[in-house]
Design a protein around this ligand. Sequence first.
Ligand code: 8YV
Length: 325
Amino acid sequence: MSKPVLLETGPMMDLISSQLAEAFTVHALPPRAAERDALLAKIAPDVTAICTGGHTGVKTDAAMLARFPKLKVVANFGVGYDSIDVATAARRGVVVTNTPDVLTEEVADTALGLLLNTVREFSRAENYLRAGEWAKKGDYPLTSGSLRDRKLGMVGMGRIGQAIATRVAAFGVPVVYYSRNKKSDVSYQYYSNLIEMAKAVDTMLVITPGGAETKNMINAEVLAALGKRGILINVARGTVVDEPALMAALRTGIIQAAGLDVFWNEPSINPEWMTVPNVTLLPHVGSSSVHTRNGMGQLTVDNLLAYANGTPPKTPVAETPFKAW
Ligand code: 8YV
């Protein structure tokens, strides 16, 4: 029997590609548009499985999905699947899978690192030392920021949000949260109104799914409510934050500082970011340790092998529950 045909929408780690090659006939989407179209014209009618990920920059939107009449499964390397049109997939009976849990603690660790770094200016202090300023000019200036007198408002309280909140609470920092619905299993104070929460805290950490519902949710009004001691950390998706509004707020002192691991238009982010001094910038490294990426890679493979072997996928997303292949 011939192997099922699978499309990789961009470069995948070796752990993924090597295992998929054993169970599938694998095609990788080339980077250039003309070559892509030529390949898709040839293989799209036979593709039953897609392996994708936010890092590929390819959107599995309605138009993309429409190209694959026999499609059964889209496996996303990553927990966030805002680049996939799950409503269309659900209508078509296509199962979408993601990689929850295996990255929760790593992303929470990253969030804490970024929060501490932003509040206490560690990157800037290191640059001061490396530039030889310590011996020349004396001690690095005392930071106006400290976690000791802060209160954290979380935007989102899912699995990763809870892992972050546990860490922050252990640091002795009070935590409250905003999300669409109050969580029955957490005891942190809940706000149903984002502006009200922004007014009540001085530090805000965003860990909510991307997509149309949360686009530009952190806007000029929210930043003004956060106030001039305000610190914003985003480890979710760039699209959740209105970037021009944030840039303006940082430049004019509407808030104090920000720490960003995610951006609009990654990896070609707005070059203006490089000129904003009171922001810590990370190149979307939330889950990017070998340990955690191996876990994510294996779960992606397991979900696809489940299709090849006719068994239930390990982690289908809520919108596309598995019924049968
Ligand atoms: C990865 C992420 O960068 O899991 C996610 O949603 O944002 C990150 O862990 C991404 O999955 C790589 O494609």
